[in-house]
Design a protein around this ligand. Structure first.
Ligand code: 13P
Ligand code: SF4
Length: 390
């Protein structure tokens, strides 16, 4: 696993911050203008046959998602990663933390490939292991560490997942955060949760699904001494939220919701739980990307939705449902820039390299991290009852 110890890696782990592209592609990266890219991708995929299994997150570009054998949100993709144990290569069209999870959940013989190593996630980069360990020590000093169950959102690096696995904690996704948090509070008497790294998913789930008050939640800011919190605040809190957020979902604002409601009568506001609490409070429906897709699919013709999630998915939904009115919940165009790094040239380059017997951009988690991260992931995957909103 390649890691670089920097507070924020906007271009993803393993990137070279001195260059715009972030990483080098050994061999030839086809130009985006090559008119044969689609044919080349089809031909390479056909040559590889069952040896390759392509997973695609819903936020991927259309030009790439069309080649995915399976599409999904991060929960579904984590479950599906192991679905083809015979496939030698798993090409992950998504971001770095998803490819790491796929590597953890597949057999050691299977090789996971991320077509562009610069496809990171700024939210995942907001929680680094030494920062989380410092927070853990502060919880011990405040005398509450024994009560704390660490829960990390899937959108975190493998070493943060491993930290949770080592310390009795678990992973959650936007599909199952409620179930996972309910499990976590049952683990210890007077349990407190340390929720990493997305403060919004943590707050939205605690307040809207578990019935916590906003005062039950405190925010640990890793850039401030002692997280900016007193020992008393840590002792009083039920939910310690890490100060991280998604730069895409953080953009949606309550003002735009008011404007759209005035403009389009009957419009339903459908948002992802990574949005700010004020936005989620004003929304009609909240859920993961799978939930958003299903809600729109099942709505009657003529229904209108303003959707607060990544733009590639919103555009795809609008194209797929011309009988419904689907608008983006932001006035400006905003894609997830790191998801968009996986483009057709990188996809073709990764596949054609495999055809030539060369494995490029392999994502490999070291064995110790893998062991404990798997503990936390398996705890999530084995939770009984409802673990998925869709
Ligand atoms: P889900 O796939 O869990 O809906 O998460 C959205 C996301 O931001 C992935 O990066
Ligand atoms: Fe990360 Fe947000 Fe992009 Fe998802 S949409 S990969 S959380 S920056």
């Amino acid at each position: 696993m390649t890691t670089v110890d920097l507070p924020l890696l906007p271009l993803g782990r393993g990137s070279d911050l001195s260059s715009e592209r972030g990483v080098e592609c050994p061999g030839d990266l086809p130009p985006a203008s090559d008119p044969d890219l689609v044919a080349r991708a089809l031909a390479a995929k056909e040559k590889l046959g069952d040896k390759v299994f392509v997973l695609g997150h819903h936020y991927q570009r259309d030009e790439v998602i069309r080649f995915a054998d399976v599409t999904g949100d991060s929960f579904k993709l984590a479950r599906d990663a192991a679905a083809r144990p015979d496939a030698e290569y798993i090409v992950f069209c998504g971001v770095h933390f998803m490819a790491e999870s796929a590597d953890i959940l597949t057999s050691p013989e299977q090789q996971v490939i991320l077509p562009d190593l610069a496809a990171g996630c700024s939210m995942a980069d907001m929680a680094r292991l030494p920062q989380v360990e410092a927070c853990w020590d502060a919880l011990a000093e405040a005398g509450v560490q024994d009560q704390v169950v660490p829960v990390t959102y899937m959108n975190s690096s493998a070493d943060i997942k491993a930290f949770c696995g080592r310390n009795g904690g678990v992973v959650c996704t936007s599909s199952n955060a409620q179930t996972v948090l309910e499990w976590a509070v049952d683990q210890k008497p007077e349990a407190k949760i340390l929720f990493l790294p997305d403060q919004h998913l943590g707050r939205n789930t605690a307040v809207l699904k578990l019935g916590y008050s906003l005062d039950d939640c405190v925010v640990w800011d890793p850039r401030l001494p002692d997280g900016g919190l007193t020992a008393e605040q840590l002792r009083d809190a039920r939910m310690i939220l890490w100060k991280g957020h998604c730069s895409v979902h953080g953009r949606f604002s309550p003002d735009t919701i008011d404007e759209l409601r005035a403009e389009i009568p009957g419009i339903q506001i459908l948002v992802h739980p990574e949005c700010q609490h004020e936005v989620v409070l004003k929304a009609d429906l909240v859920g993961s990307t799978e939930f958003i897709i299903k809600t729109i699919e099942e709505a009657p013709a003529g229904a209108a939705f303003a959707v607060g999630t990544e733009l590639n998915l919103v555009k795809r939904l609008a194209d797929r449902h011309p009988d419904k009115r689907i608008v983006f919940l932001d006035r400006t165009v905003c894609y997830c820039s790191t998801m968009n790094r996986i483009d057709l040239p990188h996809f073709v380059w990764a596949l054609e390299s495999l055809v030539d017997g060369v494995v490029v951009n392999r994502i490999e988690v070291d064995p110790d991290t893998e062991h404990y991260a798997k503990v936390a992931l398996q705890r999530m995957l084995e939770l009984p009852g409802k673990t998925h909103d869709d």
